[in-house]
Design a protein around this ligand. Structure first.
Ligand code: FPP
Length: 257
């Protein structure tokens, strides 16, 4: 068996999501519980990123999106922001060989022009090097916000309308989707949030319209392979209806949505 193929059914996973998106929350609390600086929580969080990427790859998840830095996170204390930027740079440098070996394409969503220039260069470099990898996408949300994504798409569609490239009456769901940062990526099937908060926190507001949500109390640095498998098992047991009835999708459910 190649290392790519862990059979999900051997872990009781009956259905695999194509796209998993994760709000990696709880790094600060994890560090505080130990009397450590928040940055230590982020460092440990980066280890959880590696674990999660590896298992996603082995189980055959096609797209993994990680919310690493929000458009709002710029307002955090400067040392934390600088520490996170340094950690991201380190991650890009140390993971490059692994991404190439496994055929994983690296991409970002969000306004990366706000990132420090050296980090922007490293991101661009990694994107170019991994551009033709086609086994899996690792999508890192950086300086990302769901509302900002929609504003960005609205500006693009308005510019196209003014330039005569699209008629106002042709602006539809596909036209907006095609102008989001996630243009050529399918919507997440499963969104996992760690640390127990019952919020979306401005993450992929448009794209999560029909995603299954899974919220665990586990803090992100503690998020283990078993925790991930638990989430995937729960996903496998969910009936997705996309606004149809249970009978229509063949599950026989009685609730309306
Ligand atoms: C939220 O926890 C987490 C972040 C704002 C940063 C996430 C970054 C990483 C996991 C590490 C680096 C990422 C990559 C892709 C290498 P929080 O700080 O808000 O936690 P709290 O709610 O407990 O304070």
């Amino acid at each position: 068996m190649s290392e790519r193929n862990i059979d999900p059914s051997t872990h009781g996973i009956t259905k695999m999501p194509r796209h998993v998106a994760i709000i990696m929350d709880g790094n600060g609390r994890w560090a505080r519980q130990r009397g450590w600086l928040r940055l230590k929580g982020h460092q440990e969080g980066a280890r959880a990123v590696k674990r999660t990427l590896e298992l996603s790859y082995k189980l055959g998840v096609r797209h993994l999106t990680l919310f690493a830095f929000s458009a709002q996170n710029w307002s955090r204390p400067k040392p934390e922001v600088q520490g996170l930027m340094a950690l991201l740079g380190e991650y890009l440098r140390t993971e490059q060989a692994e991404l190439m070996r496994r055929g994983i394409r690296f991409r970002t969503i969000g306004d990366v022009t706000k990132l420090p220039e050296n980090l922007q260069r490293e991101i661009l470099d990694l994107q170019q090097r991994t551009a033709s990898n086609d086994r899996m996408d690792l999508i890192v949300a950086l300086s990302y916000g769901g509302r900002e994504d929609l504003v960005h798409a609205a500006r693009a569609v308005a510019a196209d309308a003014i330039a005569g490239r699209i008629k106002v009456e042709d602006i539809d769901i596909e036209a907006i989707s095609a102008r989001l940062y996630t243009a050529d990526i399918p919507d997440p099937d499963l969104m996992i949030r760690t640390s127990g908060e019952m919020r979306i926190s401005n993450f992929m507001l448009w794209q999560l319209a029909y995603s299954e949500l899974y919220i665990t109390e586990v803090l992100w640095p503690d998020f283990s392979e078993d925790d991930y498998i638990d989430a995937l098992r729960v996903f496998g047991g969910r009936e997705r209806r996309f606004g149809l009835t249970g009978e229509q999708v063949g599950g026989g459910g009685e609730r309306e949505r």
